[in-house]
Design a protein around this ligand. Structure first.
Ligand SMILES: [Ca+2]
Ligand SMILES: [Ca+2]
Length: 444
């Protein structure tokens, strides 16, 4: 056991006799759901306003290894950091706990049933109690298990980059099955919640579906190169369902979920880094490099191009976008270490820009959109940023809407402070009073 003591006792404390926590509407894994579609009904910020930030790691940040934040149904945010895993209370806006190991935490963790799972690049897989930060279990895992696990119904699935795909019971880490993948994989697995887990092989260049029951191979379909992102799975397309994949050569393919038959394919450009997500209407979003140019593309479910968006010439795009309840597409880009700038982009559903926000440092992970509409990104300055539209009713800025805000407005209005000209017409009168009353009554 590494990281924390008492694996057996702690495993039983957390896993024996306690009901599994209900998985509410958080963002419990990379791209939110086990299907990795990357969409949510929550509506994100229409303005790039940083509401708060917190340092998530006192050590460092690794653009290659540290992935995206996730959130459980209690509003706890989990992030892999340079020395393990960190938890932040989004309500208190403070650090909740740190789970320290002698190695980096690997990419984006996954949450299910009260447990957070992540792997380290030097070969351990960990299960951590989400509420307390206590280690529940850990196992040696030769072969770099530090990509993003996927979890559902009390089981976590993950790949080792050098060899296997495995399923463990998340409560105690018991191994349920393990299957070799020729030369391993860097395709973060996805589930269809109907008995299939999807990944790919590094040297056989395929997309493959395995049984979640025993890991047996259900189908394998050829690719031109390896897969290096994840595989969004659409199950409600009115037919068999689809799996979307982009390989390293930027071939975007759509496979029949049940048979593996290829439905369509497009060549997006010269290289992809696996940036695929799917909107509520089935629109497929994928990024690609075309030489030194980077673009984000939108395709219909049948593979017809809707639009393409040219990303700043020196901005890298490494991770999938996400889509909010209004169809807004959010993604991050970054420049090189010599130009330490990161950007968060918000596009309207038609591919035009809603806003672009320059961040203090590089940001290279997928955003996370919380149920309350707060967009979270983590930057190379080791801070997590919460982007949210300003709450106008919170006039005194104390984080809540109460009669104090009403009184504060009244004082400002009597004193004819500019901020009390609520309707922006240059005068102070009862219209401002009524306008603020409406704002205040609407709350946030
Ligand atoms: Ca207030
Ligand atoms: Ca006025």
């Amino acid at each position: 056991m590494r990281g924390t003591p008492g694996v057996a006792v702690l495993a039983c404390l957390a896993g024996c006799g306690l009901p599994a926590l209900a998985q509410q509407d958080g963002w419990p894994m990379w791209q939110r759901t086990p299907t990795r579609l990357g969409n949510t009904t929550a509506v994100g910020p229409k303005t790039p306003t940083i509401e708060w930030s917190i340092q998530f790691d006192p050590n460092d940040y690794d653009l290659e290894y540290n992935g995206s934040p996730i959130m459980d149904g209690e509003g706890r945010i989990f992030l892999c950091v340079q020395r393990g895993l960190a938890a932040i209370d989004s309500h208190a806006r403070s650090t909740l706990w740190s789970f320290e190991i002698d190695d980096r935490g690997g990419y984006t963790p996954a949450y299910d049933s009260g447990v957070v799972v992540f792997g380290s690049p030097t070969d351990y897989i960990y299960g951590v109690d989400a509420a307390t930060g206590l280690g529940l279990w850990s196992f040696p895992e030769p072969g770099r298990p530090n990509l993003s696990p996927v979890a559902a119904d009390g089981v976590v699935y993950y790949i080792t980059q050098l060899g296997d795909i495995k399923a463990r019971r998340i409560a105690d880490g018991q191994l349920l099955w393990a299957k070799a993948i020729p030369s391993g994989s860097i395709a973060h697995p996805a589930l269809d919640l109907d008995g299939r887990v999807f990944s790919g092989s590094n040297t056989q260049f395929d997309t493959r579906a395995l049984s979640t029951t025993d890991g047996s191979l259900l189908w394998s379909s050829p690719m031109e190169r390896w897969l290096n992102g994840t595989l969004p799975v659409l199950t409600d397309d009115g037919a068999d369902g689809r799996v979307y994949v982009a390989d390293f050569n930027a071939n975007l393919r759509c496979f029949n979920r049940l048979t593996g038959e290829q439905m369509w394919a497009v060549d997006l450009g010269s290289a992809s880094t696996g940036t695929v997500c799917v909107g509520h209407d089935g629109t497929v979003y994928a990024g690609a490099f075309i030489g030194s140019t980077k673009k984000l593309f939108a395709y219909t479910p049948d593979g017809d191009l809707l639009w393409e968006y040219l990303i700043g010439i020196a901005d890298g795009l490494k991770h999938p976008p996400i889509v909010d309840g209004d169809g807004t597409i959010y993604f991050t880009t970054f420049k090189t270490a010599s130009t330490p700038i990161g950007r968060v982009h918000a596009l309207k559903p038609d591919g035009s820009v809603l806003w672009i926000k320059d961040m203090p440092e590089r940001v290279a992970s997928s955003p996370m959109l919380a149920p309350d509409g707060t967009l979270y990104v983590n930057c190379a300055d080791t801070y997590l940023y919460a982007i949210k539209d300003p709450c106008l009713a919170d006039f005194n800025g104390d984080g809540s809407v109460s009669t104090l805000d009403f009184l504060a407005f009244l004082n400002a209005w009597v004193a004819q402070e500019p901020k009390a000209d609520w309707n922006h017409d240059g005068s102070f009168d009862t219209l401002d009073f009524l306008a603020f009353l409406n704002t205040w009554a609407a709350g946030c």
